[in-house]
Ligand binder design. Sequence first.
Ligand SMILES: Cc1ncc(COP(=O)(O)O)c(C=O)c1O
Length: 395
Amino acid sequence: MTDLQTTFETAVAGLDAQQLRRQRRVVSPLGGGRLEADGHPRLAFANNDYLGLAQHPALIEAAQRGAARWGVGATASPTLGGHSPAHEALEQALARFVGLPRALYFYAGYAANAGVLPALVERGDALIADALNHACLIDGARLSRAELHVVPHNDLAALEAALVATQGARRRLVAADAVFSMDGDLAPLPEMLALCERHDAWLYVDDAHGFGVLGKGGRGSLSHWGLDPARLPSRLIYMATLGKAAGVAGAFVAGAPALIEWLMHKARSFFFATGAPAMVAEALLASLVVIEAEEWRRERLLALRGQLAAGLAGLPWAAPPSACAIQPLILGDNATALAVMAALDAEGLWVPAIRPPTVPEGTARLRISLSAAHSPADVARLCEALHRTARAMQA
Ligand SMILES: Cc1ncc(COP(=O)(O)O)c(C=O)c1O
């Protein structure tokens, strides 16, 4: 063993050699989908602020009012005094919004998945996960110590085979992203729910990228698929994050009242952590109002998505169809992904290159993320720059 500095200098040099070194930029929002990164303005297709709410005046005003009323810190875990009237109102509003009986707010989506899965299943149980699930679902699955069965992406036959194979387990939980975060495609929730019903399993749905974007009034993936929450079997656990389309921070889990009561006692990331500040809850209450009222944001997103799909045609890279605000452009190796990102950067555009382990080996990509804050001219500028870059790389 050697000293820390030498050990990790070598480790980081290894990341460099594989083109896996990540750079963190110092970023200030400029509005209109733009930001200043390291002192330079950029048109960004990089974040998850799909509805453009992170700078919305109503949300900012609500946070300021919340800070003035409740202070800036929750002061304790939610079960030890960190649960304010604003948090209580938020949980009730979230449950109403998605049409499920009760909701529990977490300070982050990562914390929700890492805490909830181990509260649902444990050793002796089986957890069946889609191969492209988000890292925090994978971490939650590992923490649970349930037997993990990873099934190929969106493969219903493989899911059914896994359900049959795990019949001896005490409990079975199927967990999946509702909208896959690096691909933008959707899990077939009605069929998955029907399989869970047939094989007596539970379904945990992470709607981080569908909430606010999909469904009537932005109610998310259940609404998108026409799954009426009032008529759902009591085997669905719904989770969505609130730092993406909702523009603020945190996440919630919703479902049967007794399930939520149990999670409050057993999700370690819930009760062993200081709650989010009440001003965040106030901003989220304002966000729910805007999400529902400002339908034009979803309409704009839809129009931009169509324009982007058409504008990417003819590039030498695959652009799999997307059903939401995320459009991947698969470039293959890490070096190409970094080169395309750098070429766009030189034109004042920020589109992040996503590399393994976030995506499978050999599928490094640009993750183009649209927002209602973008204009058609912004999308046209991106498409033109991509075509120019492709021509230059082929020359
Ligand atoms: C599908 C999915 N679930 C959960 C998370 C984690 O949520 P949070 O950023 O609130 O921790 C993310 C991304 O951040 C995600 O893409």
